[in-house]
Design a protein around this ligand. Structure first.
Ligand code: SAM
Length: 297
């Protein structure tokens, strides 16, 4: 069955991480190609719609170029990422070059989250395998630039292993560590990730909502729903005294930090998060929950 396709024709607003909102007027032809113009007399240089995915490049009148890639949600909002092509051109300059592939769509509505992610990962592995096979000659070196640290909730290492197991291309590789959002969070709050003799649990918002806090120190990422809600009345400890160290857009000029007792700053975090997400169109946030020590512990 052919993937569903939407008509992206019309006016769209792009909420950029810089805080700037721009308007794009898009026309779509019968071959799903996109044309149009954007604020400041800029033009869409190339673009297309595929299924519910959209991708287009805008050449801005100030010579900046950006690629906008997203997908249409059930709420008719496009959500996605921007790639600063100037930045890529700068860092991908000779002797380096950039090899590009279309990132496959992930089924974000699938009931079976783990299976949906595994399927998406396999399709990404195929795309990356094709890149390696077609773009790299024997003896050449390629690299994947990964957000934060590749060892923290990132599929790249599993994708590389899947490619090797398929056996169509062979290579050796090494992993260069990056600064994870967890490291950035604790550094910006000037606190330590670990407490003397205490374990830390790194988990997702989904798991926190399902299981409650399963350690005295819990780092939560991938949380779209402020799952620290209800922590005070549902966790295994029965102890309501939790501190939270919350950070959004860590390491960027838009960074936001809030810390304090969950019971005191929880509402503020929810408000700040909702406002920032609405203003910028996206948010990435991470937090550390720390149970306040009780006497004798
Ligand atoms: C797919 S995971 C990738 C994690 C990444 N590999 C890392 O080292 O942080 C994406 C999640 O990481 C967290 N995250 C990534 N970058 C962030 C940032 N700059 N500020 C706050 N949280 C961030 C958010 O919880 C986001 O939902």
């Amino acid at each position: 069955m052919a993937a569903p396709t939407f008509n992206a024709g019309g006016d769209w607003q792009i909420f950029q991480s810089s805080g700037t909102t721009v308007t794009v007027n898009i026309t779509q032809n019968g071959s799903r190609r996109l044309f149009g113009s954007a604020t400041f007399g800029s033009t869409i240089e190339q673009g297309a719609v595929d299924g519910f995915g959209i991708s287009f490049v805008i050449g801005w009148s100030n010579r900046a170029r950006g690629r906008y890639t997203g997908s249409l949600g059930t709420d008719r909002l496009l959500c996605g990422t921007t790639v600063n092509l100037n930045l890529i051109a700068e860092h991908g300059r000779p002797p380096y070059r950039i090899a590009e592939a279309r990132d496959p769509e992930r089924d974000r509505d699938a009931a079976a989250y783990t299976a949906a992610v595994a399927d998406w990962r396999s399709r990404r592995a195929l795309a990356c395998e094709a890149l390696i096979g077609e773009e790299l000659a024997d003896g050449e070196t390629g690299a994947f630039l990964v957000w934060g640290d590749p060892g923290v909730y990132d599929s790249t290492l599993a994708i590389v292993e899947e490619i090797l197991q398929r056996g169509n291309v062979t290579f050796a590789y090494e992993v260069i560590p990056g600064i994870s959002s967890v490291a950035a969070l604790t550094a910006r709050h000037r606190t330590s990730l670990t407490q003397v003799g205490r374990p830390v649990h790194l988990t997702t918002g989904r798991r926190l909502a399902e299981e409650g806090a399963t350690a005295d120190d819990v780092v939560v990422i991938l949380d779209a729903h402020c799952s620290f809600d209800g922590l005070d009345d549902g966790d295994i400890s029965g102890d309501s005294s939790w501190d939270i160290y919350w950070g959004a857009y860590l390491g960027t000029p838009d960074e936001i930090l809030v810390s304090g007792k969950v019971s005191e700053v929880g509402d503020r975090i929810r408000e700040v998060r909702a406002e920032a997400r609405a203003r910028k169109g996206w948010i990435m946030d991470t937090y550390l929950l720390r149970r306040a020590p009780r006497a004798g512990r």
